[in-house]
Design a protein around this ligand. Structure first.
Ligand SMILES: Nc1nc2c(ncn2[C@@H]2O[C@H](COP(=O)(O)OP(=O)(O)OP(=O)(O)O)[C@@H](O)[C@H]2O)c(=O)[nH]1
Length: 247
């Protein structure tokens, strides 16, 4: 029997706010009931850009960003990807559809800085309405829907939102969300970076989030005459260096 992944009745209705006070919350992972999602939406992608702050997991960080894995159709592996990234484990077993939204924090070392990513896990049906101000949206869509998803992103999010396309379940020929060639072609067509991941094997999961964190850090801290961070180039180079794949 499969259960629903739900925040209903758990935790509080408080949202993680863009202020130091949210850090004092006792939770490192928050859950919200579906109806609260829109009201609980973050007000800024940048959580707290200042010198070391103490996260609620007890880790210091220099800068923090909100990231959303929204945009994935139901069942493409959004929750599993997050769990793999945060806890290094794969959630095997029966499929439990997310209801409402959930978030997880992780602090990463990026170019001598501690960057906290607060990653929002949304149910397929919540789409972007609950995360309109997240800085980045990581899509794991079935590609027939890509155009519609991108239109929706641009309608409901900040203009400078960063979008990254992930083809998850790369470990499985049968289950994979999209073929690599198809993903690369479409990503090029739509002008978004693309990479394959697997929550099951861990393939490229750390790399995907590192690339996101680097892009966000660069956007916030770059000097006016500094060139933009090339996310796709970085990802391609890292994969080549690693002889294919990061896990
Ligand atoms: N083979 C394989 N299966 C995966 C992978 N990631 C997730 N799954 C399986 O896919 C199913 C759905 O995963 P979830 O992470 O719950 O999907 P979701 O996108 O969060 O779904 P919603 O909550 O409905 O939006 C589960 O049965 C997972 O075990 C992967 O990388 N490889």
């Amino acid at each position: 029997m499969s259960r629903k992944k739900t925040g209903k009745g758990k935790g509080s209705s408080k949202s993680p706010k863009a202020s130091p006070s949210s850090s004092s919350s006792s939770r490192d992972s928050g859950r919200m009931a579906k109806g609260l999602a829109a009201a609980a939406a973050p007000t800024s992608g940048l959580v707290y850009p200042c010198r070391p702050s103490l996260g609620n997991s007890g880790e210091f960080y220099d800068i923090a960003f909100k990231v959303s894995d929204a945009g994935g159709d139901s069942g493409v592996g959004k929750t599993c990807l997050l769990v793999r990234f945060k806890d290094g484990a794969f959630l095997a077993g029966s499929f439990i559809s997310t209801v409402g939204i959930d978030f997880r924090n992780k602090v990463m070392g990026i170019d001598a800085l501690k960057v906290k990513l607060q990653i929002w896990d949304t149910a397929g049906q919540e789409r972007f309405r609950s995360v309109t101000h997240a800085y980045i949206v990581m899509l794991m869509v079935r590609f027939t829907c890509l155009s519609a998803w991108l239109t929706e992103i641009h309608e409901f999010t900040q203009q400078d939102v960063v979008v990254m396309l992930l083809g998850n379940k790369a470990d499985s020929t049968h289950d994979r969300v999209v073929k690599r060639e198809e993903g690369e072609k479409l990503a090029k067509e739509f002008g978004v970076p693309f990479m394959e991941t697997s929550a099951r094997s861990g393939l490229n999961v750390e790399l995907a989030f590192t690339a996101v964190a680097k892009e966000l850090k660069h956007r916030t801290m770059k000097e006016p005459d500094e060139p933009n961070f090339q996310l796709q180039e970085y990802v391609d180079k890292e994969m080549r260096t690693a002889g294919c794949c990061h896990s």
